[in-house]
Design a binder for this molecule. Structure first.
Ligand SMILES: CC(C)(COP(=O)(O)OP(=O)(O)OC[C@H]1O[C@@H](n2cnc3c(N)ncnc32)[C@H](O)[C@@H]1OP(=O)(O)O)[C@@H](O)C(=O)NCCC(=O)NCCS
Length: 220
């Protein structure tokens, strides 16, 4: 999310509503619905634009991430862009919903950084009223399973601005390992911020899953 590859100013594609629901086990055609203890991750829809605009453009959510679209129409264009990237097989972006509800309250995204998803990067943003509620951890575990089991990711990276306390805390609690400091790597409000590079490799994730453990008992 910090470096969301979408750039509205470069997107000249005309938005079109999909013809109808797609039934497929192929994630490029339609992302699966992934259900955990409290949340369901599902594919984004054009109708998610309004709630995502309301929840992800607040100062506290957008403080350490690339500027989100500034209008509902901008979010519609972003969603259409995510679906095109998904169809091309390079990127997947899930809406976060509370189990039993359909409103999108955040997103989890993963994009390949090497062809075929051998290495990939993930990011996330959730409406601040849902912070500290377990939504992040539940959604993260679903996303990680999708990344390692469906996309066959071998190495999953994430970046968090050093000053993004919650972002760093969130990554650590799902087992991400600090690997490096990327000095002055993120331009944010005309300032260059240092970022922490976090990594989860497939072996760590498999070990954690097999051991039935997660979080702070992760293999570091
Ligand atoms: C990142 C995000 C999805 C995490 O969701 P969340 O609900 O806030 O995460 P959680 O509360 O489950 O976990 C955050 C952890 O960081 C800890 N934390 C909070 N502030 C902290 C700080 N300043 N320094 C260190 N740790 C901190 C919390 O205590 C918590 O750990 P705990 O559950 O063991 O107490 C959410 O904060 C968000 O959307 N932020 C804005 C978008 C963003 O920055 N995305 C990029 C992240 S790299």
């Amino acid at each position: 999310m910090e470096k969301m590859p979408y750039r509205q100013e470069l997107d000249t594609h005309v938005f079109q509503e999909p013809a109808g629901p797609v039934v497929s086990s192929d994630w490029q055609s339609a992302l699966p619905a992934l259900t955990g203890k409290t949340v369901t991750l599902r594919g984004l829809r054009p109708s998610d634009a309004a709630s995502l605009f309301a929840l992800l453009t607040t100062e506290e959510v957008s403080r350490f991430i690339s500027p989100p679209p500034s209008t509902v129409q901008g979010f519609e264009a972003f969603i259409a862009w995510t679906l095109r990237q998904q169809a091309a097989g390079t990127y997947a972006c899930f809406a976060v919903t509370l189990k039993g509800f359909d409103t999108a309250i955040g997103i989890f995204q993963v994009r390949e950084t090497e062809r075929g998803f051998s290495t990939a990067e993930w990011g996330f943003a959730i409406g601040s009223m849902f912070w500290g509620t377990g939504v992040f951890q539940d959604g993260a575990e679903l996303l990680l399973a999708f990344a390692f089991e469906t996309l066959d990711v071998h190495r999953l990276e994430a970046r968090a601005a050093v000053s993004n306390g919650r972002g760093n805390g969130a990554l650590l609690k799902v087992g991400a390992v600090r690997e490096a400091i990327l000095r002055k790597s993120f331009r944010c409000n005309s300032e260059y911020l240092d970022q922490v590079l976090y990594v989860i490799v497939e072996d760590d994730w498999t070990y954690s899953r097999n051991a039935g453990r997660r979080s702070r008992t992760f293999l570091h």
